[in-house]
Design a protein around this ligand. Structure first.
Ligand SMILES: NC(=O)c1ccc[n+]([C@@H]2O[C@H](COP(=O)([O-])OP(=O)(O)OC[C@H]3O[C@@H](n4cnc5c(N)ncnc54)[C@H](OP(=O)(O)O)[C@@H]3O)[C@@H](O)[C@H]2O)c1
Length: 283
């Protein structure tokens, strides 16, 4: 059965498939196979990053698929060592060269790094505005930006980010940042949507999955979809890659939605680094 993945409109007039495929922690040697499986399954949106070390393999899989470039949505991200404007320009050239693409659908600042570069992510953002103006990035956005970081961009920059890609899952709702996005037309992309598997044996999730005859992963991914966020679960397991697409043919009722939302542990539920202090620069 073919799958239909809804498109969501961004603030710059483009659209993005609500479900994509994430490739964080997929070894370069395994990436072509995983992305090929995803594209064969019907995914048309791949989320990579320079930091993941597999942009070239993502590009290779897209080319090998024989699909039109225009029918596959590709995101990549500026790595933490390249926030200075000239470095950002070179890094973006390298990303396009690795992908062997002449444009990217969406390019993000991976982390705000407020304790590095004199806290100046605004100059970095203005370089992404250049990439959008010259047409090599159809859309530009940010990742791991907190409300204060978004407010500063709003005050000092011209373009409102199309998306903010942030950690969000039932144990970490990240609702303050999501609410800012909703109010300012910045779409939320939820990373680690199943908390790298940690929410899948939660008794509430397991109970709802049992009632609906769905898997825990499908229930949690469906919860994100009904919250209106974009998701790109990662898997190298073909059966799971397929399973994660079967989320558009059922609905969670209000009670199920509320029960999952109530699993939120606030800051204690965060699995990844806190963007206010994260200062990792790969060497
Ligand atoms: N911007 C950022 O800073 C940032 C940070 C983290 C992630 N991301 C993006 O978000 C994407 C997704 O996040 P993530 O990779 O951290 O975690 P995730 O998608 O929440 O979870 C991936 C893990 O869950 C397992 N899994 C996947 N589907 C499953 C299913 N149906 N049943 C049981 N287990 C399942 C996978 O195992 P197998 O692979 O073994 O099947 C893998 O161990 C990343 O790939 C990346 O694109 C962005």
């Amino acid at each position: 059965m073919a799958i239909t993945i809804p498109d969501i409109s961004l603030n710059d007039g483009t659209t993005i498939p609500q479900l994509g495929f994430g490739v964080f922690q997929i070894e370069p040697k395994d990436t072509v196979a995983a992305v090929t499986t995803a594209l064969e399954t019907g995914y048309r949106h791949i989320d990579t990053a320079e930091m993941y070390g597999n942009e070239a393999e993502v590009g290779e899989a897209v080319r090998m698929s024989g699909l039109d470039r225009g029918s596959v949505y590709v995101t990549s991200k500026l790595n933490n060592g390249f926030h200075r404007p000239d470095d950002a320009r070179k890094a973006f050239d390298s990303t396009l060269a690795a992908l062997k693409m002449d444009y990217i659908d969406l390019f993000l600042i991976h982390w705000p790094l407020p304790t590095l570069y004199d806290g100046d992510y605004v100059s970095t953002w203005k370089v992404l505005e250049e990439f959008q103006r010259d047409g090599r990035a159809r859309s530009i956005g940010v990742s791991n930006f907190q409300v204060a970081h978004l407010e500063r961009l709003a005050a000092e920059a011209d373009v409102v980010p199309a998306v903010n890609q942030i950690e969000a899952h039932p144990y970490f709702g990240n609702d303050e940042v999501r609410a800012y996005g909703r109010e300012h037309n910045i779409l939320t992309e939820a990373w680690s949507p199943i908390a790298q598997g940690k929410v899948l044996d939660d008794p509430t999730v397991v109970d709802i999955a049992g009632q609906l005859d769905r898997t825990p992963a499908q229930v949690v991914l469906r919860w994100h979809v009904q919250r209106g966020d974009i998701i790109f679960p990662k898997s190298t397991t073909p059966k799971r890659i397929e399973e994660n697409t079967r989320i558009f043919d059922f609905e969670l009722d209000d009670t199920a939605m509320e029960r999952i939302t109530a699993l939120n542990r606030g800051e204690a539920g965060r699995q990844g680094p806190n963007p206010d202090t994260f200062a990792y620069v790969p060497r």
